[in-house]
Design a protein around this ligand. Structure first.
Ligand SMILES: Cc1cc2nc3c(=O)[nH]c(=O)nc-3n(C[C@H](O)[C@H](O)[C@H](O)COP(=O)(O)OP(=O)(O)OC[C@H]3O[C@@H](n4cnc5c(N)ncnc54)[C@H](O)[C@@H]3O)c2cc1C
Length: 394
């Protein structure tokens, strides 16, 4: 067994792990980042697309990504559509903030390029098996490298940034599933297609046939989702059926159709780990929590956790001050539960539950009207969607 040493061992080269290693490096703190996947796989994973204003500010101000501002598209509002009418939520007017459409894989490409150019130690194809000595001063990640050889990394701090199926979580909570959990009776069927945008801004549509989200990726590619059964086989729909499903859920808009080159089914889960830190091991991002995608919070919440944890690690590793690390879970959980609530609220307000009664359906329309007809309602949605400021966290 080879044992290597570093200051911070980070499991997972997703947005959370890579951004943390970038910010730590700027403070002069070395880290090793492990990921079981190859660079190629990581850079081609189609996932999140909406960045909160605070996320964009962190990425651009720290040199993690210049392209987010030059190639990302700022959006100053979204449309809520229900009962045959569209209602714009004007972020700029309501809260003076916006969001950026910039796909997660582009964020990852930028972060990997910046880290490798700075000489970072990122190990692709290395799988963490478990963490040992979490409560001690020198926790260790026990891993297997790409050739199947065992490898151990000893560090002052181990960070689990290893996504929703985190193995590091077991060292923090005592089990891989230790957390508060909710599963939803529906999923999103997501497609990518080659066609120009069907609308200038995102449309969140509540229809009697279920929810649909009309979104974009670029001038030539659209990302769209519709509510489906979680057990559905993505290959069971013909392209014609997919367009039919999408089109009937956005009456009033004619969707631009084009070849569909990717399809996936995304299950809805809400999860928050019972603990975010034990001794010298901490969790960030999807390893600590997952949210249903309706509020576009997942990647943004990962970035917010990293901002809080990086500040705590700087205080600990540069000044020997452990107080911020002691506060890490409480500080991060404040935002995590607000984001959980917002994601749950958007989901329950916009989707049709399989067992919904006429009462449920009419009450839901009343809820949507309460939001769009009240400035306070629209402002809450705008504030949460564009992201609560990160200033207090940094
Ligand atoms: C289809 C889809 C759409 C989404 N849309 C949005 C959206 O619009 N807005 C939004 O904000 N969020 C969205 N999300 C959520 C967002 O993608 C996640 O919240 C985000 O990726 C979390 O980042 P992370 O770094 O915590 O975890 P991840 O991105 O999951 O990264 C974890 C990394 O750890 C690695 N890893 C896992 N286990 C091990 C191990 N044992 N050893 C070594 N490496 C390991 C994985 O290979 C992975 O690279 C979406 C997610 C999906 C699936």
């Amino acid at each position: 067994m080879t044992t290597e040493r570093t200051r911070v061992a980070i499991v997972g080269a997703g947005p959370a792990g890579l951004l943390l290693s970038h910010l730590l490096a700027q403070a002069g703190i070395d880290s090793i980042v492990l990921d079981s996947r190859s660079r190629e796989e990581i850079e081609h994973t189609i996932r999140a697309g909406i960045l909160e204003q605070g996320t964009v500010e962190i990425l651009s101000s720290t040199g993690a990504s210049d392209r987010v501002l030059t190639e990302g598209n700022r959006h100053d509002g979204i449309e809520l559509r229900f009962a045959g009418a569209g209602h714009r939520i004007d972020f700029a007017e309501l809260v003076g903030r916006g969001v950026w459409l910039y796909p997660q894989h582009e964020v990852l490409r930028d972060l990997i390029a910046v880290r490798l150019a700075a000489g970072a130690d990122i190990r692709f194809g290395v799988t963490a098996d478990r963490v040992e000595d979490a409560a001690g001063d020198r926790p260790r990640v026990v891993a297997t490298d790409a050739a199947g050889e065992p490898l151990e990394i000893e560090a002052e701090i181990v960070v689990g940034a290893d996504g929703s199926r985190s193995v590091v979580r077991a060292a923090v909570t005592g089990s891989q599933t230790g957390g508060y959990f909710r599963e939803y009776p529906f999923a999103w069927f997501g497609i990518l297609c080659e066609a120009p945008p069907s609308a200038d801004e995102l449309i969140y549509s509540n229809s009697p046939d279920g929810f649909a989200l009309i979104s974009q990726r670029s001038a030539t590619v659209q990302r769209m989702y519709f509510q489906c059964d979680p057990e559905v086989d993505p290959e069971s729909y013909s392209e014609e059926q997919l367009w039919e499903e999408l089109q009937k859920r956005v009456p009033g808009t004619t969707l631009n159709e084009g070849p569909i080159f990717q399809r996936d089914v995304l299950r809805f889960r809400s999860f928050v780990a019972h603990e975010l830190r034990r001794g010298r091991v901490a969790l960030v991002g999807d390893a600590a929590h997952t949210v249903p995608p309706t509020g576009a919070k997942g990647m943004n919440l990962a970035v917010a956790d990293v901002v809080v944890l990086e500040r705590a690690l700087r205080a600990l590793l540069l000044e020997g001050d452990e107080r911020l690390l002691d506060d890490y879970a409480e500080t991060a959980l404040h935002r995590i539960w607000k984001a959980q609530h917002f994601s749950w609220w958007m989901t329950s307000m916009l989707h049709v539950a399989p067992d919904a009664s006429d009462f449920d359906r009419l009450r839901q329309l009343g809820e949507l009207r309460s939001v769009v007809e009240s400035e306070a309602g629209r402002r809450y949605l705008a504030e949460a969607y564009t992201g609560w400021p990160l200033e207090g966290l940094a």
